[in-house]
Ligand binder design. Structure first.
Ligand SMILES: [Fe+2]
Length: 257
């Protein structure tokens, strides 16, 4: 039968929507409660919706009974502090799974390439239902920062680099595309990440906000790109060697970023 997917994401695996152009009080993401949650990079997360409405970030499949990344339960104490963020997550009207704000400490392009990973949004997702993709709403104005998306983790020939100013709105099939953020600022980056079920509601939302499947790559000097790629190769080899020495295979899929 297969999953219901968005035609808009078929070609590149992502769309960029119109910029969100309203001011949001930073207290909405600064005053909510964060938990330490190891992701790609130095991160913390503040859940707005979780498996059962508790302040925790675990994949829904790790709860009892295990289930896929849908039917997230909003957390009243967090929603109260972040009403605009909650409304933005709910605007499409698509089923929501995990919904959280990520706090990412500054890193480099090389770090980002090392952090590239695929998400696990569709574990236990029943065939014939909507494929889970993710919305990324950048909250801080990170003008030097960019998202990196690749079809293949180690192949730079297909690399989309998407700018992350305040108000940037992306929807990404993060189970298909390898992804991570390069964040070159001095302060943490904050971004709202929402798991949405693909379907007519999400398609209408993408159309309403003029989603485009190609944007110009954020410009980075070729020297930096080459050095980052070389460093990714070096670090992955070092990690593989360390894991092999311990008799373990590499864990390819991370739960979040
Ligand atoms: Fe991720």
């Amino acid at each position: 039968m297969g999953y219901i997917k968005s035609a808009a994401l078929e070609e590149t695996g992502y769309v960029v929507l119109d910029r969100y152009n309203k001011e949001i009080d930073p207290k909405e993401w600064l005053d909510i409660e964060y938990v330490d949650w190891k992701s790609s990079g130095d991160t913390r997360f503040a859940p707005l919706a979780s498996a059962f409405g508790d302040i925790e970030c675990n994949g829904f499949w790790n709860h009892k009974p295990p289930r896929t990344d849908k039917d997230g339960v909003f957390i009243p104490s967090q929603v109260e502090k972040a009403p605009t963020l909650t409304a933005r997550a709910q605007e499409p009207g698509a089923n929501i799974g995990r919904c959280r704000v990520i706090e990412l400490q500054p890193n480099s392009y090389a770090d980002c390439l090392y952090n590239l990973h695929q998400d696990d949004n569709n574990r236990l997702n029943p065939d014939g239902t909507g494929w889970v993709v993710r919305g990324f709403f950048n909250l801080t104005d990170d003008t030097e920062s960019f998202f990196v998306l690749r079809e293949n983790r180690t192949d730079p020939s297909v690399e989309y680099r998407i700018a992350l100013p305040a108000g940037a709105q992306l929807i990404i099939d993060t189970q298909r595309l390898w992804h991570a953020a390069t964040h070159l600022g001095t302060d943490p980056r904050y971004c709202l990440i929402t798991s949405w079920e693909s379907g007519p509601e999400l398609d209408a939302y993408i159309e309403k906000h003029n989603g485009v499947k190609h944007v110009p790559n954020f410009e980075v000097d070729q020297e930096v790109l080459d050095a980052g790629q070389a460093e990714q190769t070096r670090r992955l080899a070092a990690r593989a060697a360390a894991l092999a020495a311990r008799g373990q295979a590499e864990k390819l899929v991370m739960s979040e970023a």
